[in-house]
Design a protein around this ligand. Structure first.
Ligand code: PLP
Length: 374
């Protein structure tokens, strides 16, 4: 590396987010053969047609800057959540907000806490802020959830230096979750100087009777930040819109660092239209959940361990190193997400596709596993 390229201290240990495979290269290689892309938890049902119409119409204004405050979308979100718009911060995907939060609130001497197998961006955010990361070992919540967040251990680990705790509920890649009672009990014991970030990217997929809804706790806990996204349930991953809900003071601090035009005009328009057509989102979520349960059933029929999921993906444990299986799937044009980077080398994460996609995955996997046994 040339001397001029030397990164700052925070960056020296930092590796960029690993998006799995180079999909652009793989698509070029596959040519006419259709790849089955089940590696990125995208929504195969796509966004509301209204969102696409709004996106197209917004191109009329491609030559002008978007509203730097994203006010129309914020107003719509504020009405949706019955909050004042001052509680909302928009991001270029929630990924950007998760990074920004660490940069905005954490000093190098501070600690950032997150769980083993917690979403990969938490580690990146802590590192980019040059903070001390503390990773709390995962816990078997019950037989069905072998790798959950250990909230009690996280609480016990919070000390005077703990500025930030990242939780994902449901978590990616484990799909595990905790309840409203567990979250409330946790927040009641977190010191008020410590911020708690609840990453709820899969909120739309989660069963409200089981999985906590952190929005309901915002008024009670001013140190709580909830992040959500239009990438998953609303099917707008390509346009990059996420948002944080937080106390107005916390939001104001985030606003200081937020780049004015971080969400572009097409994305703002599409997200607003998507939010106005929640019926579409609910239908796509319902269909996905139905497919998810069928897929889980099919995978368990292959004698694989599947963590019950409250998301649009499944964590599949092959009970043997999964790298060869993953390579064989790739050779058959099926892309899933390897989990070695998470310390789960026996696992693969599989996004729920359309019915025909899931059937193809099961068929290809059955052949691969049969050949492996033969
Ligand atoms: C997909 C995902 C995100 C959302 O990413 P965007 O930047 O909003 O597309 C955030 N957190 C988790 C846990 C995710 O899986």
């Amino acid at each position: 590396m040339i001397e001029a390229a030397r990164p700052n201290r925070a960056l020296s240990g930092l590796k960029a987010y690993d998006p799995g495979h180079d999909l652009v290269a793989l698509r070029a290689l596959a040519g006419a053969h259709k790849l089955l892309e089940l590696g990125s938890n995208e929504n195969p049902f796509g966004p509301s047609p209204d969102a696409l119409d709004a996106a197209r119409a917004s191109l009329q204004l491609a030559h002008i800057y978007p509203d730097p405050g994203g006010r129309a979308l914020k107003r719509a979100l504020a009405a949706h959540y019955r909050l004042d718009a001052a509680h909302i911060t928009l991001g270029n995907g929630s990924h950007e907000l998760l990074m920004l939060i660490a940069q905005a609130f954490v000093d190098p001497a501070d600690e950032v806490l997150y769980a083993q197998f917690g979403f990969a961006v938490f580690a990146l955010a802590a590192q980019a802020a040059n903070a001390k990361a503390r990773v709390i070992p995962a816990l078997a919540l019950d037989a069905e959830q072998p790798r959950g967040h250990d909230l009690a251990a996280m609480l016990a680990a919070i000390g005077p230096a703990t500025r930030l705790v990242y939780l994902a509920n449901p978590n990616n890649p484990t799909g595990t979750y905790f309840t409203q009672a567990a979250l409330k009990g946790f927040l009641e014991q977190v010191p008020s100087r410590t911020l708690v970030v609840l990453d709820e990217a899969y909120f739309e997929y989660a069963d409200a009777a089981k999985v906590a809804d952190a929005r309901a706790l915002l008024e009670e806990f001013p140190n709580l930040i909830v992040t959500r996204t239009f990438s998953k349930g609303h099917g707008l991953a390509g346009l990059r819109v996420g948002y944080a809900l937080a106390h107005a003071d916390v939001g104001a601090t985030m606003e200081r660092l937020r780049e004015s035009f971080n969400v572009n005009g097409v994305a703002l328009a599409a997200a607003q239209a998507a939010l106005a057509d929640c019926a579409w989102m609910h239908n796509s979520v319902r269909d996905c959940v139905e497919q998810r349960e069928l897929l889980a059933h099919g995978l368990r029929d292959l004698e694989l361990l599947v963590t019950p999921s409250q998301t649009n993906f499944l964590l599949v444990d092959f009970r043997q190193p999964a790298a060869t299986i993953e390579a064989n799937l790739l050779a058959c044009g099926v892309i899933v997400r390897p989990m070695g980077g998470y310390g789960l080398p026996n696992c693969l994460r599989v996004s729920v596709g359309l019915a025909a996609d899931n059937a193809r995955l099961i068929a290809v996997l059955r052949d691969i596993l049969d050949e492996g046994r033969a």
